[in-house]
Design a protein around this ligand. Sequence first.
Ligand SMILES: [Zn+2]
Length: 238
Amino acid sequence: MLHREAVGRVELAFTDREGGLSEGPWSSLNLGTSNGDDAEVVQRNLARVAEEIGVDRLVRMTQVHGADVVWVDEVAEGEIPRADALLSDQPGVGLLVRVADCVPIVLVDRDKAMAGVVHCGREGLVKGIVPAAVAALRQRGAESLEARVGPRACGRCYELPVEMADAVGALVPEARSTTSWGTPAVDVGAGVLAQLRTLGVPATDLGAGECTIEDERYFSYRRQGQNSGRFGAVAVVR
Ligand SMILES: [Zn+2]
């Protein structure tokens, strides 16, 4: 585990590559189920994460780079909803978000015992998945939200064609950046932090100074390609 914390009645954790059973490019704690890794081994990795955070049920999403938010009480047992944010005020149900270069975010309400996990890449930043998740939590009564933002591709590495980088920058100026070699880029993490600031949600950046593309401690789609594993973040209301 990269990071583990309790915030009020919410427990949360961020994983990295270490501590799993997968081999090769997925070595070792791969949580991805559609990247070529052995399905049985991935299930054992997921079970390991569930056990470590102490939940019987760990709900994950089919992440589609959209802005759809799902409450876990609307998810049937065994169902894997198509969404990019999973929210809960149900004690004992674990929430999982999986990434390889995109930004993993955990939202917590210290007083109301609510939690959310969010997947945000370039498209999610533009479509506003973080504001959508914050709005949904507040609609259900959250008043003291705070965020933990995890490791992701940094703005000095995440190169994009100039049209795409400019399109992101037009909507979220803080996210427009330049690679270390001088070409157009996007810093999705900076964009997420700016959106949280605008929403009045204090954030702790656990990925500050980190970069999934540069650091082999993490899985990275840009570095490893189709076969990259997925690390992630989990949260549970107690
Ligand atoms: Zn980087």
